[in-house]
Design a protein around this ligand. Structure first.
Ligand code: C2O
Length: 538
C-alpha cells in the first residue's frame, strides 16, 4: 500500500432544497461530502479542521481500525471532539477489507449533513470476485430537514419526546422530481450494454430503506466491505449504517428510468414519511424531457420481502478472504435492546409516558456518554469515568416480545463490558416490546461480525443448534428485526474501546448504546498504541 493524504475542512455551505435555503455544516463545501478513494493496504491520513461553531468528530464507519482506535472517531468514546478552530489528524491503515464504506460526523445529529463515501478498491492489481464494472457510482441515501438538524435534535432531547421527522429523503443530496419544489435530481448517464456498480450507503438518520432501479435487476456482490455470494434482486433493503454494492447492466430500451428509495417501517402508528426519493438513470441519447419509468418498490411494511432479502446475504469465501466463523464461544452475552422510559429531570415533566423521558436501553441500561473519552480513561487508568459491570444478560428476565412488564424505568449509566483479548464472543441481541417493537440497526465499531442466527419472537437456547457457522453474512451493522433477535459472533482480537449502538440517530441519542473494552493481549502487537500528540482535549 501507499500513504494517502486528505484534508477535510468542516465549514458552512448554503444549499437550497424544497424551496428552502439552508446553511449546512459540510466538509469542503460539498453535500454529500467528498468521496475518499483508497486501495486495500493503504495508509490513510486525514487532517480534519473545524471552522464551525459546533464541536465535531468524524467516524470512518466500518474501518476495522486494527490497533488504531484513536482514529475511530466517536466523540467521548475514542476522542474528545474537535473544537472550533482546531484540527485533528486521523491516521489508519486499511487491513483485510475491500468494498464500500463511508464516513460521518459522530457527535449529536451532525452526521445528517457531514457524511460521504469511503471506497476501498482492491489491492493494486487484484481483481474483484465478480465481473468488472465499466463504471462505479457512489449512491448516498439520506434525509433532509427544512429546519436546522441540530435544533431538531436538541429540542427533542430537551422535552424528552419525539423530534420532527425529516422533510424529504434524498439521493446524493437531492430529493428528486416526485417532491414539490425538489431542486432537481441526481442523474446517472448510462451507455447501452455497459455494466455499472452502484456503491450504496444508507446515511439516513432514522429510516431503513428499500431501493430499486426501474426495470433493472440488481446483483448484490458486497455488503459492509465484505464480498457476498452474488444474488439477484428486484430491490434491496438497507438499514442506516449499512453499505452495499450492486451490479446491473444497462440492457433496457433507450429512455429514462427512476432510481427510487423509500422507507421500510413496521411500527404501527409511528409518524413517518412514506414519500419516495428519486434519481434518474438516463440512457445516452434519450430526451431529458421524457417521463422516467417508475420503479416498483416493496410496500412500506413488507417484512416478508425484508426477511427474504436478508436471508439471501451470504459470505463469499475467497483465497484472500477465507470465512473464519468462530466455531466455539468463550463469552456468551445476551442483550435486550429497545425503547424505554427514563426519569425526567427533578421537578420537571417530560413529553414521554407518565411524564418521563423517552429513552432506549441495552439490558435496561440507558447509556450516558462521559465528559472525557472512554479510550483515554481506559488507557490512562482514570477512575470514575465508567464501570465494567453491564450485565451479561437481563437481570430481571421477562417475556421480551410479549406483554410488557409494568415497571419500564431504565437505569442510566456508563456501563461497559470487559472482554479478554482474543475471546470468541457470541452476542444475542433481543428486541423488546417495551413501548413498541422496532427494527434496530445495531452497529459495532472496530470489528466485522458474523450474523449466525436470526428469528422472530424470543430467542431460545435451542436456537443455537440452527446457527449458520459456514457462510453467515459478515457485517458491521445488522438490522435486528422488530420483535425478534439476532445472534452474532466475533473474535475480540482488536484491543481498545469499541462503541456499539443503534444507528437510528433517535435511539442512539436516547441511550441505545454501550461499549466493549477489549483488553490488551500479551504480545507487543496485541496492545493499544499511545495516543497521537494532537488528540483533542475535552
Ligand atoms: Cu456509523 Cu458509531 O457509527
Amino acid at each position: 500500500g501507499i500513504t494517502r493524504h486528505f484534508e477535510f475542512n468542516v465549514t458552512y455551505h448554503n444549499v437550497s432544497t424544497l424551496c428552502k435555503s439552508q446553511k449546512l455544516v459540510s466538509v469542503n463545501g460539498q453535500f454529500p461530502g467528498p468521496t475518499i478513494h483508497v486501495n486495500e493496504g493503504d495508509q490513510v491520513i486525514i487532517k480534519v479542521t473545524n471552522f464551525v461553531k459546533y464541536n465535531v468528530s468524524i467516524h470512518w464507519h466500518g474501518i476495522r481500525q486494527i490497533r488504531s482506535g484513536w482514529a475511530d472517531g466517536p466523540a467521548y468514546v475514542t476522542q474528545c471532539p474537535i473544537q472550533q478552530g482546531q484540527s485533528y489528524t486521523y491516521n489508519f491503515t486499511i487491513v483485510s477489507q475491500s468494498g464500500t464504506l463511508w464516513w460521518h460526523a459522530h457527535i449529536t445529529w451532525l452526521r445528517a449533513t457531514v457524511n460521504g463515501a469511503l471506497i476501498i478498491h482492491p489491492k493494486r492489481g487484484a481483481p474483484y470476485p465478480f465481473q468488472k464494472p465499466d463504471k462505479e457510482v457512489p449512491i448516498v441515501l439520506g434525509e433532509w430537514w427544512n429546519a436546522n438538524v441540530e435544533d431538531v435534535a436538541a429540542q427533542a432531547l430537551a422535552t424528552g419526546g419525539l423530534p420532527n421527522i425529516s422533510d424529504a429523503f434524498i439521493i446524493n443530496g437531492k430529493p428528486g422530481p416526485l417532491y414539490k419544489c425538489s431542486s432537481g435530481a441526481f442523474v446517472l448517464d448510462v451507455i447501452p450494454g455497459k455494466k455499472y456498480l452502484l456503491r450504496i450507503i444508507n446515511a439516513g438518520l432514522n429510516n431503513e430503506m428499500f431501493f430499486a432501479v426501474a426495470n433493472h435487476t440488481l446483483l448484490v456482490v458486497e455488503t459492509d466491505a465484505t464480498y457476498t455470494k452474488p444474488f439477484q434482486s428486484s430491490a434491496i433493503l438497507i438499514t442506516p449504517g449499512q453499505t452495499m454494492s450492486v451490479l446491473f447492466e444497462a440492457n433496457q430500451p433507450q429512455g429514462q428510468y427512476f432510481i427510487a428509495t423509500r422507507p421500510y417501517s413496521t411500527v404501527p402508528g409511528a409518524p413517518f414519511d412514506n414519500t419516495t426519493a428519486t434519481a434518474i438513470l438516463k440512457y445516452k441519447g434519450s430526451s431529458a424531457s421524457s417521463t422516467p419509468v417508475m420503479a416498483s418498490l416493496p410496500d412500506f411494511n413488507d417484512t416478508g420481502f425484508a426477511t427474504k432479502f436478508d436471508n439471501n446475504v451470504r459470505s463469499l469465501p475467497t483465497p484472500q478472504y477465507p470465512v473464519n466463523v468462530p466455531q466455539t464461544v468463550d463469552r456468551s452475552l445476551f442483550f435486550t435492546i429497545g425503547l424505554a422510559v427514563k426519569p425526567c429531570a427533578p421537578n420537571k415533566t417530560c413529553a414521554g409516558p407518565n411524564g418521563g423521558r423517552l429513552a432506549a436501553a441495552v439490558n435496561n441500561v440507558s447509556f450516558v456518554l462521559p465528559s472525557v473519552a472512554l479510550l483515554q480513561a481506559h488507557f490512562f487508568n482514570m477512575k470514575g469515568v465508567f464501570t465494567t459491570d453491564l450485565p451479561d444478560r437481563p437481570v430481571i428476565p421477562f417475556n421480551f416480545t410479549g406483554q410488557p412488564p409494568r415497571n419500564l424505568v431504565a437505569k442510566v449509566g456508563t456501563r461497559l463490558s470487559l472482554i479478554p483479548y482474543g475471546a470468541n464472543v457470541q452476542l444475542v441481541l433481543q428486541d423488546t416490546s417495551l413501548l413498541a417493537t422496532e427494527n434496530h440497526p445495531i452497529h459495532l465499531h472496530g470489528f466485522n461480525f458474523f450474523v449466525v442466527g436470526k428469528g422472530f419472537g424470543n430467542f431460545k437456547p435451542s436456537d443455537n443448534s440452527s446457527f449458520n457457522l459456514v457462510d453467515p453474512p459478515q457485517r458491521n451493522t445488522v438490522g435486528v428485526p422488530a420483535g425478534g433477535w439476532i445472534a452474532l459472533r466475533f473474535k475480540a482480537d482488536n484491543p481498545g474501546v469499541w462503541f456499539m449502538h443503534c444507528h437510528l440517530e433517535l435511539h442512539n441519542s436516547w441511550g441505545l448504546e454501550t461499549a466493549f473494552i477489549v483488553q490488551n493481549g500479551k504480545r507487543p502487537l496485541e496492545k493499544i498504541l499511545p495516543p497521537p500528540s494532537d488528540l483533542p482535549k475535552c
